[in-house]
Write a protein that binds this ligand. Structure first.
Ligand code: BES
Ligand code: MN
Ligand code: ZN
Length: 485
């Protein structure tokens, strides 16, 4: 999509659709006043009659209004000026784009962004790119069609450029997750990651099964054993900082399909399990954006890629595994596989010099029970680091909520035969016992775990986002990297 900055007389601007905004109290921002004048006060009359609402996210369409060249004007409710955050700007841009992408359109102008700060324009452009792409990758006729060109009123070149980078990164994550599991198995995903990283100048190393064996990744390898698709570990390296400076470590769960293994999932629970590599895809999207933004920070990204399947060689309940850091693990449930994969990947991340860690994983249904579909769980061994991550997620409008890590939860995963077991005693507090398991593998480094089982994959579409992969937390990770120093 072409993205161009525009200025001048809005009513003379020839486009397929012109997007303007109205505030919650019914007042019109400057650019909308111009449209109002050009249309002989039509806009103000419609607002007055409550045909057009300023409630955040409401939309109304004026087809071919007299006085303006645009074929249609989409009026978007922007809520209150005091509540206009980056998260709101993202959703407004996305709502407008999703509304207009239902037909092929050559050009769309976003003119609600005039006199917005750069960070809001960036978020709106990002949202517009995300809103007009859907999950229907294999439909003969797509339900959402990106426009040829996006015109943004009064935007700086910089904000348009960074907005595009962020939007494309979120969409990269989404498309990797939305692809079916027959296309995205560990080796195939590793190839795609390598391609994406080559394009943005990020070093990329891939460990195959033999290397994983040499590296004693017994926990990850056990999960992979039931599948005919061999596992991979991808290590991405971006050196935007100086040598010797602190290293941000991003770790992602990349289970390309989670059948549950011998503790097999029922059909309903299994259907969406191509989304179980969303953590890895989020790390990939964030690495791409961080590199293209040339942020002055050293980052390593690691993705543990396996398929959790069943065969005569699948790992079994009661098996004892030896993780890379030497700890032994009893398997009590083969569907608690994500933590087994992450155990070894976290250990590699620490060995490769990560000074602070964030891992992202569609780890537990329990987290969705606790917080619902839209909110991620945050769990950490370091309150300062957790606060930093939370501040970024708040700033970009991706919702997360911290869960406690009391020692009692750790007691629940003590093993009988081995050091630890891969599930707690009973299912209560399952999001936290899973995090307690991960904590065993971070060697005491500041670490924050983000359980994205809820927000990574939407069952139903939202006004601003198609159903399927959301790309949630790519923007949070980039914001963390932006505030690294
Ligand atoms: N990938 C699932 C978690 C999940 C559930 C992700 C729903 C997205 C949506 C994970 O591997 C899993 O199966 N977890 C089990 C853990 C249990 C066996 C302790 C769960 O949550 O039921
Ligand atoms: Mn599972
Ligand atoms: Zn899983």
């Amino acid at each position: 999509m072409r993205i161009e900055s525009q200025s001048g007389e809005i009513s003379k601007h020839k486009v397929d659709a012109l997007v303007i905004g109205v505030w919650a109290d019914g007042s019109l921002p400057g650019i909308a006043q111009e449209v109002n004048q050009a249309t002989g006060g039509a806009l103000a009359r419609l607002v007055e009659a409550k045909e057009i609402s300023g409630k955040c996210g409401d939309v109304a369409t004026l087809l071919a209004p007299a006085g303006v060249e645009a074929l249609q004007v989409l009026v978007v409710g922007m809520g209150k000026p005091s509540e206009l955050t980056r998260g709101v700007a993202f959703r407004l841009g996305a709502t407008a784009a999703k509304t207009l992408a239902t037909k092929p359109r050559e050009s769309v102008a976003l003119a609600f962004t005039s006199d917005w700060k750069d960070e809001l324009v960036e978020s709106a452009v990002c949202g517009a790119l995300v809103g007009c792409v859907g999950q229907d990758l294999y439909k003969s006729e797509r339900r959402l069609q990106p426009f040829q060109a996006l015109h943004v009123w009064g935007a700086s070149e910089g904000a348009m450029r960074t907005g595009r980078i962020l939007g494309e990164a979120v969409n990269l994550t989404r498309s990797l997750v939305n692809e079916p599991p027959c296309e995205i198995y560990p080796a195939a995903l590793a190839d795609r990651i390598q391609q994406a990283m080559q394009a943005c100048g990020v070093e990329c190393e891939v460990w195959d099964k033999a290397r994983l064996q040499d590296e004693r990744c017994g926990s990850l390898l056990a999960v992979a054993r039931g599948s005919s698709r061999e596992p991979r570990l991808v290590i991405m390296k971006y050196n935007g900082g100086l040598p010797g400076e602190a290293v941000l470590g991003l770790v992602g769960k990349g289970v390309t399909f989670d059948s549950g293994g011998l503790s097999i999932k029922p059909t309903e629970g299994m259907l969406a399990m191509k989304c179980d590599m969303a953590g890895a895809a989020t790390v990939v999207g964030a690495m791409e954006a961080i590199a293209r933004l040339k942020l002055p920070v050293n980052v390593i990204g690691l993705c543990g890629l396996v398929e959790n399947m069943i065969s005569g060689d699948a790992y079994k309940l009661g098996d004892v595994l030896k993780a890379r850091n030497g700890k032994t693990i009893e398997v009590h449930n083969t569907d608690a596989e994500g933590r087994l994969v992450l155990a070894d990947v976290l250990d590699v991340a620490v060995e490769r010099g990560a000074t602070r860690l964030i891992d992202l994983a569609t780890l537990t249904g329990a987290c969705v029970v606790a917080l619902g579909n839209d909110v991620a769980g945050l769990m950490s061994n370091d309150q300062t680091w957790c606060d930093t991550v939370k501040a970024s997620s708040d700033a970009v409008g991706e919702q997360a909520w911290q869960l406690p890590m009391f020692a009692e939860y750790g007691e629940q995963i003590r093993g009988d035969v081995a050091d630890i077991k891969n599930v707690g005693s009973g299912r209560w507090g399952g999001a936290i016992t899973a995090a307690k398991f991960l904590e065993e593998f971070v060697a005491g480094k500041p670490w924050t775990h983000i359980d994205i089982a809820g927000p990574a994959f939407l069952e139903r579409s939202k006004p601003y986002l198609d159903a399927g992969a959301s790309g949630a937390f790519v923007r949070t990770l980039v914001d963390v990297a932006r505030h690294w120093n």
